[in-house]
Design a protein around this ligand. Structure first.
Ligand SMILES: Cc1cc2nc3c(=O)[nH]c(=O)nc-3n(C[C@H](O)[C@H](O)[C@H](O)COP(=O)(O)O)c2cc1C
Length: 230
């Protein structure tokens, strides 16, 4: 009898142990369905974090160049014979972060001032369009173009009109600047408007030779008034 009891007890123990371990197993199964949650959370977290962070990051980094590509891109184009307008152009480019482009004719102008006076007057009366030695690369990428030139016989040098008439100004902002002995823009703004059809022309800045000493501060105040970023 005792043996039978022992055997029965042993059987009961085995079953209860089996039931216990089965409970563990089932809770293990629950846990194993839970861990997938946390572990899938945690395993998906690390595996998804890079994935999901890669995706938005990829989007952000993809959108950043586009955004910066959409920032206002500025060109400062200028013609200068004796360096005054170039000086102004460089200040504007430095203060705006613009690209610089010098308008240069294929046939260079003489170094002789008196001779140049005659040549310039002749070109003006001929309505000449002297050929230029280079083109602006990536013209379409510029939203805003500064155009600088000296006063030659109360007008712009004819090469400036060659430049303006070489490009499509539709949708572009054009901002003139000028240096002179005393005459400022003269009548050039009318010619600029005609040669850059489609451009929105903003208020220009003209400096006399004597005013170039204040060029930095004059340009700063002028650029502020234009509010190009605003
Ligand atoms: C051919 C020529 C014509 C000029 N005509 C005038 C003029 O009509 N009125 C004026 O105020 N200055 C005139 N100037 C002076 C220039 O406009 C002035 O020196 C200017 O700052 C020169 O600019 P740059 O050094 O960029 O060439 C003339 C200069 C040249 C060479």
């Amino acid at each position: 009898m005792k043996k039978l009891f022992s055997v029965l007890l042993a059987i009961i123990l085995i079953f209860s142990l089996a039931a216990c371990s089965g409970g563990n197993t089932s809770s293990g199964e629950n846990a194993s369905s839970q861990p997938p949650v946390p572990s899938s959370t945690s395993s998906s977290a690390p595996s998804e974090t890079p994935d999901s962070s890669e995706t938005p990051d990829a989007d952000v980094s993809a959108s950043q160049p586009e955004t910066s590509g959409e920032e206002v891109k500025i060109l400062v184009a200028y013609f200068s014979w004796s360096g005054n307008t170039q000086q102004m152009a460089e200040i504007i480019a430095q203060q705006t972060g613009a690209d610089l482009f010098e308008i240069v004719t294929v046939t260079p102008y003489t170094d002789d001032y008196n001779e140049l006076l005659d040549i310039a007057r002749q070109e003006q009366s001929d309505g000449a369009r002297p050929e230029l030695n280079a083109q602006v690369e990536n013209w379409d990428s510029y939203d805003t173009v500064f155009i600088g030139y000296p006063n030659w016989w109360s007008d712009a040098p004819m090469a400036v009109y060659t430049f303006l008439e070489s490009y499509d100004f539709t949708g572009k902002t054009l901002i003139p600047f000028n240096t002179s002995a005393s005459g400022g823009f003269g009548r050039s703004l009318t010619g600029i408007e005609e040669s850059a059809a489609g451009a929105t022309i903003l208020e220009g800045l003209d400096l006399t030779e004597g005013g170039l000493g204040d060029a930095q501060s004059r340009v700063t105040a002028w650029l502020d008034s234009l509010d190009l970023n605003g």
